[in-house]
Design a protein around this ligand. Structure first.
Ligand SMILES: [Zn+2]
Ligand SMILES: [Zn+2]
Length: 345
């Protein structure tokens, strides 16, 4: 089969390898149908690492995917050959303290698709996964929607962690990339409409507008604090940071009202943020970290099936597996109006 591997910083190549085989009675073999290029894949491509997770070349990234089941182990009952499935890229152990306390996403033995040192990613024709990671969606959504469930799930989980109780709650999102837009889609699905988007790229602001954000702010051209005050005199209840930028964190602390919440979702390139402790303490802000997602896959699927979240709106480009390096270059360079690029089969 064909497989695309990273071979160095901003280098990748296509290789031919034997098809993967089932190694466990609970395994399934999946023929890939659609793969989303994620910001984290781009970090590994451009920088060779995220924090302490360093790529050992050659290595295949990719974790946002859907596919068709082509083979099942003897113990598999939840899916059958021919099913289109959403793949949850996280394989948790099921017996560590985290798994047993309802936190499989921080499992001590977590193996995440396309995460260096864990398991090879999905940029290939076939992958083998434990059946429990696959959710059948045949006839309910298309392959692209199914591959978008993973990033959308992060948005669903981020909003869940914010514990927003009232529909009038005011929120802002920093960063209109796929995760910021996923947060927006989930907020709107929950009828939380008082949402602003802060993003330096105008084409991304336009996309947020098209999806339904109430106001947009470009931090390069406008003073964020001043602009937010025009819309929210008393400042905002919740800020979602989905850009990974220090400037966004600093602005978020300024525009949150006392008692507000800052939800950190974005991945900062340097692994360090500084906070204005004086302001943060006086406002008694709550900071919440988001690690991927926990128990939100079913809800994400349900919102897409019921037409509550049009996840395909964030897709700007489609490529084939042979064109993967072009896809990565376009996404890494924010070229050609790129937001979400898909590799389709
Ligand atoms: Zn992702
Ligand atoms: Zn575990």
């Amino acid at each position: 089969m064909k497989k695309v591997v990273l071979t160095g910083i901003r280098e990748m190549k296509m290789i031919t390898v034997p098809n993967p085989i089932l190694t466990d009675e609970d395994d399934v073999k999946i023929k890939l149908a659609s793969i989303g290029v994620c910001g984290s894949d781009i970090h590994y491509y451009s920088e060779g690492k995220i924090g302490t997770q360093v790529v050992d070349y050659p290595f295949a990234v990719g974790h946002e995917c859907s596919g068709t089941i082509v083979e099942v182990g003897p113990k598999v009952t939840n899916v059958k050959v021919g099913d289109l499935v959403v793949v949850d890229p996280a394989i948790h152990c099921g017996h560590c303290d985290q798994c047993l306390s309802g936190r499989p996403h921080t499992c001590r033995n977590n193996k995440f698709l396309g995460c260096p040192g864990q398991i090879e990613g999905c940029l290939s024709d076939y992958i083998v996964m434990p059946a429990f990671t696959c959710i059948p969606v045949t006839g309910k959504m298309n392959a692209v929607q199914a591959a978008l469930i993973e990033p959308f799930t992060i948005g669903v989980y981020s909003v869940k962690l914010a514990e927003i109780k009232k529909k009038e709650t005011s929120a802002v999102i920093f960063g209109a990339g796929p995760i910021g837009l996923s947060i927006l889609l989930k907020l709107l699905a929950d009828e939380i409409k008082n949402v602003g988007m802060i993003e330096p790229l105008d084409y991304r602001l336009e996309k947020a507008k098209e999806i339904g954000v109430r106001y947009i702010i470009n931090p390069v051209k406008q003073d964020v604090e001043k602009e937010v005050k025009k819309h929210e005199e008393l400042l905002v209840d919740v800020a979602f940071e989905a850009s990974g930028e220090q400037e966004s964190v600093s602005n978020a602390i300024k525009i949150l009202k006392p008692g507000g919440k800052l939800i950190l979702v974005g991945i900062p390139p340097s692994a360090q943020y500084t906070f204005d402790m004086d302001l943060m303490r006086r406002k008694e802000l709550t900071i919440i970290n988001v690690r991927r997602q926990n128990h939100c896959v079913e809800e994400a699927i349900d919102l897409v099936i019921r037409g509550k979240a049009d996840v395909e709106k964030m897709v700007t480009h489609h490529f084939t597996l042979d064109e993967t390096s072009t896809a990565f270059d376009i996404v890494a360079g924010y070229k050609d109006g790129a937001i979400k690029a898909m590799i389709d089969f």
